[in-house]
Design a protein around this ligand. Structure first.
Ligand SMILES: [Mg+2]
Length: 269
């Protein structure tokens, strides 16, 4: 049975290999070369596929592990006690445009829902930063502990908002929030943006589109939560999505409870 330190080492190494693979794709000039359509329905780039092959090559060798991955879908024994949730390349559209904000995300859960996530690692593939969390033991970036923001006033807060391909009513709900904060941002890779929430670079993150999937979210959820962020659905209830590619859910995350309550109030009024 693998413990936290085993997972941290294994995922640090394999995502390091992913980083080199993805750099080589850039060197070969294959940044926008597509190879098909993934299990999630999005176009699969050469980089998505190479990153996934690297991860699956290692993860499929681990006994007792089922895998849910963005391009390949489900792998391994459905009765396995552990599940790895993998997004080989989050922020593919940034990658394709050579915008330096994309990452690889891996979470490992006991059981089959978000609440079972026990270990998580996200690597920023543009600079090698490694975000890690173990349930109950906090989160870190390159080994240094992370603490989410203590900014509690809306007027002082920087808030990540994903409205991509959202319906007009979603924008209408979020507009009062955008109007009340200091700055609204969106960087185009939600897993990495939630790591910014964990380290206090942004004070909150809101996505009400009902398009968030566990592959983009599972690892970041643990990293942000273990840094002290409060992350719920839009009613303020705990998130408990099933670990499959079908689940879609809204996310309201804030660095602290006071800011979280204020955001819930603004988006529900
Ligand atoms: Mg992806």
């Amino acid at each position: 049975m693998m413990n936290g330190e085993d997972w941290r080492r294994l995922l640090t190494d394999v995502t390091g290999n992913v980083q080199s693979k993805v750099s080589k794709v850039i060197e070969r000039g294959e940044v926008s070369k597509a190879v098909g359509v993934g299990a999630s329905g999005d176009t699969t780039l050469v980089a998505d596929k190479e990153a996934e092959n690297e991860l699956l090559g290692v993860l499929t060798r681990i006994k007792e592990l089922r895998i849910v991955s963005e391009e390949a879908g489900n792998r391994g024994d459905i009765r396995a006690p552990f599940v790895a949730i993998v997004d080989p390349l989050d922020g593919s559209s940034n990658f394709e445009k050579r915008i330096p904000f994309y990452c690889t995300s891996v979470a490992v859960a006991k059981g089959d829902s978000l609440t079972g996530i026990s270990w998580a690692l996200i690597r920023n593939l543009t600079n090698g930063d490694v975000y890690w969390a173990e349930k109950g033991k906090g989160s870190s970036k390159n080994g240094s502990p992370l603490r989410a923001s203590n900014v509690s006033a809306l007027a002082d807060s920087v808030v990540g908002v994903d409205l991509s391909r959202g319906l007009p009513e979603v924008a209408a709900k979020v507009n009062p929030l955008i109007a009340s904060v200091k700055r609204q941002v969106h960087f185009g890779a939600n897993a990495l943006e939630l790591c910014f929430l964990a380290e206090g670079k942004i004070d909150a993150f809101v996505d009400l589109r009902m398009k968030m999937r566990v592959t983009d979210f599972a690892a970041a959820y643990l990293i942000a939560s273990e840094a002290g962020a409060v992350v719920t659905d839009e009613e303020g209830s705990p998130l408990d999505a099933r670990l499959d590619l079908e689940a879609r859910f809204p996310v309201v995350g804030a660095g602290n409870g006071a800011l979280h309550r204020r955001i819930l109030r603004v988006i529900s009024s």
